[in-house]
Design a protein around this ligand. Structure first.
Ligand SMILES: [Zn+2]
Length: 119
């Protein structure tokens, strides 16, 4: 997932849902319903009738949503959602932390113990 412009991502005024949240939305309708329930329909464009799940955006009309779904930002987002999200596990693996107790550190330590016992 390439971050082209970090400033647009860190801005909070027009904050939308994060990729991992949208992934969870696509996986479970309950998760999405929970998010939608936090918004009052009368505050949303088009009374919250036309929603693009992938982009977490509401539209004024069915036409607006249809046009959006054909557009570049939507297609870019769909492509982004196909990739696996970056996880904490991946980050730890990158610096050599493991959770399966068979890392190189473990074997090294037992070898040390054997040396001290023989002397
Ligand atoms: Zn969209």
């Amino acid at each position: 997932m390439g971050v082209t412009n970090k400033r647009t991502l860190t801005k909070t005024r027009r904050k939308t849902r994060d990729i991992d949240q949208i992934k969870a939305d696509l996986r479970s309708p309950k998760h999405l319903a929970q998010f939608k329930n936090t918004k009052a329909p009368e505050d949303l464009p088009g009374l919250g009738k036309w929603y693009c799940t992938e982009c977490a955006k509401w539209y004024e009309s069915e036409h607006g949503l249809a046009v959006h779904r054909k557009g570049k930002p939507h297609k870019r987002r769909v492509k982004q959602l196909l990739e696996e999200p970056y996880t904490q596990k991946e980050a730890e693996a990158a610096i050599g932390l493991r959770t399966d107790n068979q890392g190189p550190n473990q074997t090294e330590r037992t070898a040390d113990n054997e040396i001290t016992m023989s002397t």
